[in-house]
Design a protein around this ligand. Structure first.
Ligand SMILES: Nc1ncnc2c1ncn2[C@@H]1O[C@H](COP(=O)(O)OP(=O)(O)OP(=O)(O)O)[C@@H](O)[C@H]1O
Ligand SMILES: [Mg+2]
Length: 583
C-alpha cells in the first residue's frame, strides 16, 4: 500500500466529521430539534415510521430559510448563528458550528424544505452522501421540514451498531421530553406511524411542562426548587429520598435550555442529599440551570452534550449548599390524626398479639420513672423515654398499628405512612448520641443491679479507646480488673440491654467501622444500631406514638444513619388508581 500523505477527498472528510456528530438516530433528531428551537419555532413535530434509521422527519413553524440560503444551510461550516471567534464565548443559541445539517447529509439522504415568513413560496433541496442537489421551488406553509431517509446507508459499519427499533425510539422520545422540559413555551409532538405518541402543548412554565411529561402523580412526590440569584437561576424538582433509584438515568439536567450530561450537577445533587440516601443510589432530579452564556463553554464535545462551566470551582460548593438547604428544608409535615385508640379498626385490635415481654413497659414508681430507672433483666424491653412536650397525664394517641412486628403504619392526610421501626429508632438514637457527643448532657438509665461484663482483650482495647465518648452518650462504666468492666448505667432510650451483650455488640461494631470515620461518628452509629428496637419486637400503641413523635422531631427523619429509608408514603391517589377508582 502506498503510504504517502495525501489530502482526503471532501466527501470522505465530511463522512469522518459526521461520525462524531451523528452517532445514532437520536443524534439526528437532536440536531434538527435544536435548529427548530434556534429558529424560534412555536411548535415542533417529530414523525417516525417504523425504524428511525429508515425515516425521520422534523417539522417546525420557525422563521424558515430563504431559497437562496438553502444550499448554504446544508454546507459544512455554514451558520447564521456566530460570525467571529469572540462569539464563541457568548453562545446564545443551541447551534453554532454550522455542521449539523452537513453532517446528517454526509451519512443519510436528507431533504430540507422551507419557507420564510416573508416569502410567498417555499423551496427544497436534496442531499445524498454529501452531494447537494438543485434547489426546487415548492408550495408549503411557513417554517421548515427536514426529512431523513436511510441513515448510515453509506456506512454499514455504523448501521450494525444500532440498537433495536424500540431502544432507538425510546432514545428519541427521551430526548424530545428533555428538550420539551428545557423549553416549556414550545409545543412538542411525536408521531409514530401517523399516530400521536405524545403532544405537549405550549406551557407557561417548567412546572406545567413537567406535569405534562412526568404526570401530576410523580410530580406530587417531588418537591420544587426555585433559586434566583444575581448570576444564576436554578429551577426544577427533586425526588423524595425514599424514591431514590439505582441508576442516575432518572436525572435530567438542562443548562440554558440545553440537555446536558453534567457530572458536576450529578455530584451536586448527590452531595445535597448526603446520608439521606444510601451510597450507590441517586435521587430523582429535574434541574434547569440558567447561567450567563459566557459562563458556559459548549465547545468541548462534538455533540454538545457535554459542557464546561467556567466558574466550576465556585459554583460547585455554592450549588451544593443551596440544594442541601432545600433538601433539608423539605420535611414532610405528616399530620398523624390524633384519634383515640378505640377508633382502631376492631379487626386490627383483635389480631394484635400480646406483648412479648411479661414485664410492665414503664417502671411503676413515679420517682423511678423520673430517674429513668430500669430493672436488670436480660429479656427486658426498655421504654422509649417520653418526650418532654407531651402531656403524659392525658396523651393524645395517634391512630397507629404495627405490621408484622416490623413496621408501624399510620394514617396520614393524603394516604398511608409505613415506618420501619428499627430504622426509625436508629435515627432517633443516632441523633441523640451525636448531640450528647457534641456537648448535650449525658442521659442515662441506671441499672438496678450494676453488672460486670467480661470483655475480650480486643474489646477491652476498643472500650479504653472510646471510654470518654461512651460516657458522654450515657454509659456509666468502671474498669473492674483484667478486661472486665462494671456497668452502672446505659444510654437513655436504648431498648435492650441483653444482659451485657449490648456493650459487646457496640464495641464490635465500633471496631468494624472504617477507621477514617471520626470516633464520635463511629460511637453514635454503633450505639444507635444496637440500641434500637429490632424488627420482630411487638410495640404497644403508646410506644409507637413515642417513637413516631421522636422520629419526626429529628433533623433527618427520612433516612437511618446508613442512608436506608425510614418510611414510605403510599398516596391515597395511588391506591385509588390501583383499584381503578377515579379519585
Ligand atoms: N429549522 C430551521 N429553521 C431555520 N433555519 C434553519 C433551520 N435549520 C437550519 N437552519 C439554518 O441553517 C444553518 C445551518 O444549520 P446547522 O444545523 O447545519 O448549523 P448550526 O445550527 O448553525 O450549527 P450546529 O452545527 O452547531 O448545529 C443554521 O445556522 C440556520 O441558519
Ligand atoms: Mg444546528
Amino acid at each position: 500500500m502506498d503510504s504517502s500523505i495525501r489530502v482526503l477527498p471532501d466527501a470522505l472528510v465530511g463522512r469522518i466529521a459526521a461520525g462524531e456528530v451523528v452517532e445514532r438516530p437520536a443524534s439526528v433528531i437532536k440536531e434538527l430539534v435544536e435548529n427548530s428551537l434556534d429558529a424560534g419555532a412555536a411548535h415542533i413535530e417529530v414523525s417516525l415510521d417504523g425504524e428511525p434509521q429508515q425515516f425521520m422527519q422534523v417539522a417546525d413553524d420557525g422563521k424558515g430559510i430563504s431559497a437562496e440560503e438553502l444550499t448554504l444551510a446544508v454546507q459544512r461550516h455554514a451558520t447564521s448563528k456566530i460570525q467571529e471567534s469572540d462569539d464563541l464565548t457568548q453562545i446564545h443559541t443551541l447551534g453554532f458550528r454550522g455542521e449539523g445539517l452537513a453532517a446528517i447529509g454526509a451519512v443519510a439522504r436528507l431533504r430540507l424544505s422551507s419557507r420564510p415568513l416573508d416569502s410567498e413560496m417555499g423551496a427544497s433541496v436534496f442531499v445524498e452522501d454529501g452531494r447537494i442537489g438543485a434547489v426546487e421551488p415548492i408550495a408549503r406553509a411557513h417554517g421548515t421540514t427536514v426529512e431523513i431517509r436511510d441513515l448510515f446507508f453509506s456506512t454499514p459499519a455504523r448501521r450494525r451498531y444500532l440498537k433495536s427499533q424500540t431502544a432507538e425510539v425510546r432514545a428519541i422520545s427521551q430526548l424530545l421530553q428533555a428538550y420539551a422540559l428545557g423549553n416549556p413555551g414550545v409545543g412538542f409532538s411525536l408521531m409514530q406511524r401517523s399516530k400521536q405518541a405524545f403532544h405537549f402543548p405550549a406551557a407557561p412554565d417548567l412546572a406545567s411542562r413537567a406535569a405534562q411529561i412526568l404526570g401530576a402523580k410523580r410530580l406530587d412526590r417531588m418537591f420544587p426548587v426555585e433559586i434566583e440569584e444575581a448570576d444564576l437561576a436554578l429551577e426544577g424538582f427533586l425526588g423524595a429520598p425514599e424514591d431514590s433509584r439505582a441508576r442516575s438515568g432518572h436525572q435530567i439536567f438542562l443548562v440554558n435550555g440545553r440537555w446536558v450530561t453534567s457530572p458536576l450537577l450529578r455530584q451536586v445533587v448527590r452531595q445535597a442529599y448526603s446520608d439521606l440516601i444510601p451510597p450507590g443510589r441517586h435521587p430523582e432530579a429535574l434541574l434547569s440551570l440558567r447561567l450567563p452564556p459566557e459562563d458556559v463553554d459548549v465547545n468541548v464535545h462534538p455533540t454538545k452534550k457535554e459542557i464546561r462551566l467556567r466558574r466550576e470551582r465556585e459554583l460547585y460548593p455554592r450549588l451544593t449548599e443551596l440544594l442541601r438547604r432545600r433538601v433539608e428544608g423539605h420535611f414532610p409535615s405528616f399530620q398523624l390524626s390524633g384519634q383515640p385508640e378505640e377508633s382502631l379498626p376492631d379487626v386490627l385490635e383483635e389480631g394484635r398479639p400480646e406483648s412479648q415481654t411479661s414485664l410492665p413497659l414503664y417502671p411503676t414508681s413515679p420517682k423511678a420513672e423520673a430517674e429513668g430507672w430500669v430493672s436488670d433483666q436480660s429479656s427486658v424491653v426498655l421504654p422509649f423515654p417520653k418526650t418532654e412536650t407531651k402531656d403524659s397525664a392525658e396523651p393524645t394517641l395517634a391512630n397507629l398499628w404495627q405490621l408484622h412486628e416490623t413496621y408501624i403504619c399510620a394514617r396520614v392526610k393524603q394516604g398511608l405512612l409505613i415506618i420501619d421501626q428499627h430504622a426509625a429508632h436508629e435515627r432517633v438514637l443516632y441523633e441523640q448520641a451525636l448531640k450528647r457527643l457534641q456537648g448535650d448532657p449525658p442521659l442515662s438509665q441506671e441499672l438496678l443491679f450494676p453488672l460486670v461484663v467480661e470483655l475480650t482483650p480486643d474489646e477491652f482495647a476498643v472500650l479504653l479507646d472510646s471510654l470518654s465518648l461512651l460516657e458522654k452518650v450515657g454509659f456509666h462504666l468502671e474498669t473492674f480488673g483484667g478486661t472486665s468492666v462494671l456497668v452502672h448505667a446505659i444510654p437513655a432510650g436504648v431498648r435492650e440491654w441483653k444482659h451485657g451483650a449490648l456493650l459487646k455488640d457496640i464495641l464490635d461494631h465500633i471496631s468494624d467501622l472504617p477507621s477514617e470515620m471520626e470516633n464520635h461518628e463511629r460511637v453514635a452509629r454503633s450505639v444507635a444500631c444496637h440500641g434500637a428496637v429490632k424488627a420482630g419486637q411487638t410495640l404497644g400503641n403508646v410506644e409507637m406514638n413515642e417513637l413516631v413523635d421522636q422520629l419526626f422531631a429529628t433533623e433527618k427523619p427520612q433516612g437511618d444513619p446508613h442512608g436506608r429509608p425510614v418510611f414510605l408514603r403510599i398516596e391515597l391517589n395511588e391506591l385509588h388508581r390501583r383499584f381503578g377508582r377515579s379519585s
